[in-house]
Design a protein around this ligand. Structure first.
Ligand SMILES: C[S@@+](CC[C@H](N)C(=O)[O-])C[C@H]1O[C@@H](n2cnc3c(N)ncnc32)[C@H](O)[C@@H]1O
Length: 500
């Protein structure tokens, strides 16, 4: 599980030749064309971003020192660590325990400009597969709300996976055309438009078969991008911020879209130069195809392969003046089923673990389909568009044996004082592969009915069959089912769908 597999670019020479052909029109913009092409075909720098409510970047780095001794902090992002190019951080144990998410370094830029703050209500208009929405949800915390919208329903499953693994109790996903997002959803402190694009900045990882985009597509997608930005401007509150971003090199999708929408909106959004400390500056393009862009567009940032060593990216922060007129559409908030299931339904699942403190403070229990979900009490989801998924599953609603979900075990495991098994690295890996583990006598004794970790272990109590929580170096891994035996065994309850 800790092994690093090498990511080889597929036939770099052929990819380079294809890039040279497809991107030739940008040659006048690029100071070092050879380096640009060389970096473009290399694997892009990948980062892991600490799930800050669970773990700090420093502790994460220390926990992972055996998996990857060379994690380097990204200077311009306080939660991100760069991993070596040959590493596969999505296979490490701490990923499966929900301690971080994996993002390409360039895609850290839009959230750095968005600068989400605790307690805010934020809309990600084009959210799937959810990397940035998850990042925002970690930043706004339990008192904040994130609405992750996506046009393609099938792309939302990746967002849901992140919600469960990372414990995002403050996130609702919706499905709607973002260019026409209902104004009844209410206003947002910040709106991210991580727009659909030709993805030229990252597409070459697909290999030399990448065909580029037809001019007709480029012009169609630019129309979509402008519609998304216009609607974002309406949805953000006075004093709030919109960030527009793409992973394309094309000025038609970047500077030209912003220039056009700024002119249409006539002062409703004001470009704001946000410069994350430690990020080498790189200005947007001033003119293209005979057109000179509004000077305000220079507030944006471009990431280039040859200057930043990343994929290509464009992002710009656009603030709505505090004295702009407030939206007049009345907001409708989702009320039902937030008042759904009684909180006591969760208690039978948790009482055996004797939790210290109240790790579920500020959360409510709602019934959605077969699951009881945990959702922040202050969560502010819209009624329209209707939420598709909200919060994280805690347990099945109707199971006779109260079984904690893995999401719940990851959320509360640190607070458990009974029926907790601290596992070895080998047991951890077996557990995450869904293999049964054989507890040692000491591990078994910690599961006695009256064993209390802080009081020492009473060797006389019974060892009851049932659920236990597993931890590695104090970090929750999930739940297991203990059969006292002999021989004693802990069956892994790690979700089949999360398994590698
Ligand atoms: C660049 S990706 C977003 C990446 C995402 N923000 C992340 O960080 O994981 C753009 C997404 O927008 C979606 N999309 C395309 N057109 C849309 C529209 N009109 N409204 C909302 N989403 C749209 C695409 O399906 C795609 O998932």
């Amino acid at each position: 599980m800790s092994g690093a597999e090498t990511k080889h670019p597929k036939n770099p020479a052929a990819i380079k030749a294809r890039a040279e052909e497809l991107l030739a029109r940008y040659k006048p913009l690029i100071s070092d064309w050879d380096t640009f092409l060389d970096v473009l075909v290399r694997p892009k720098p990948t980062c892991i971003v600490a799930n800050a409510p669970r773990v700090s970047r420093e502790r994460l780095s220390e926990l992972l020192s055996a998996d990857s001794p060379t994690l380097t902090p990204v200077p311009w992002d306080s939660q991100a660590l760069r991993v070596p190019n040959d590493a596969r951080p999505g296979t490490w144990w701490a990923f499966l325990a929900g301690l971080y998410q994996v993002q390409e370094e360039a895609s850290l830029l839009p959230t750095a400009l968005l600068d989400p703050q605790p307690g805010e209500r934020i809309l990600d208009l084009c959210a799937a597969p959810g990397g940035k929405a998850a990042r925002i949800a970690m930043a706004v915390g339990r008192d904040g709300t994130v609405i992750a919208n996506e046009k393609e329903p099938r792309r939302l499953s990746a967002v849901r996976d992140k919600m469960k693994r990372l414990g995002l109790v403050n996130l609702t996903s919706t499905v709607h055309d973002g260019g026409d997002y209902p104004l009844e959803a209410g206003v947002f402190d910040r709106v991210l438009v991580d727009a659909p694009c030709t993805s030229e900045g990252t597409k070459f990882r697909q290999g030399a078969g990448y065909q580029g985009s037809a001019p007709a597509f480029l012009s169609w997608i630019a129309g979509q991008q402008a519609a998304l930005l216009r609607r974002a401007a309406e949805l953000v509150k006075p004093g709030g911020r919109v960030v527009y971003a793409t992973c394309s090199f094309a000025p038609e999708e970047n500077e030209a879209v912003v220039d056009r929408v700024l002119a249409e909106l006539d002062g409703m959004l004001v470009p704001t130069a946000v410069r994350p400390p430690g990020l080498p500056p790189s200005a947007p393009i001033g003119s293209w195809g005979g057109r000179t862009f509004d000077q305000g567009v220079q507030a944006g940032i471009r990431l280039w392969p040859h200057t930043h060593g990343t994929g290509g990216f464009f992002a710009i922060a656009l603030d709505k003046p505090a004295d702009a007129p407030a939206p007049t559409t009345e907001a409708t908030r989702h009320a039902d089923p937030w008042s759904g299931a009684p909180a006591t339904w969760i208690s039978p699942v948790l009482e055996k673990f004797d939790l210290a403190g109240d790790p579920l403070a500020g959360l409510q229990v709602i019934e959605r389909g077969d699951d009881l979900q945990l959702v922040a009490e202050t969560h502010s989801a819209p009624a329209r568009p209707a939420p598709v998924s909200t919060g994280v599953p805690a347990r099945r609603a109707r199971n006779r044996t109260p079984k904690p979900s893995t999401s719940l075990a990851l959320m509360v495991g640190q607070h458990a004082r009974r029926r907790v098994v601290e596992v070895t690295a080998e047991q951890r890996d077996a557990y995450q592969r869904r293999q049964a583990i054989q507890p040692s006598d000491t591990q078994l004794a910690a599961c006695r009915n009256d064993a209390h970790l802080s009081d020492g272990i009473d060797p006389t109590g019974a060892i009851e069959q049932g659920f236990v929580l597993l931890r590695y170096r104090g970090i929750p891994l999930g739940a297991g089912f203990l059969r006292p035996g002999p021989p004693a065994e802990i069956e892994s309850q790690y979700p089949r769908a999360w398994k590698l």
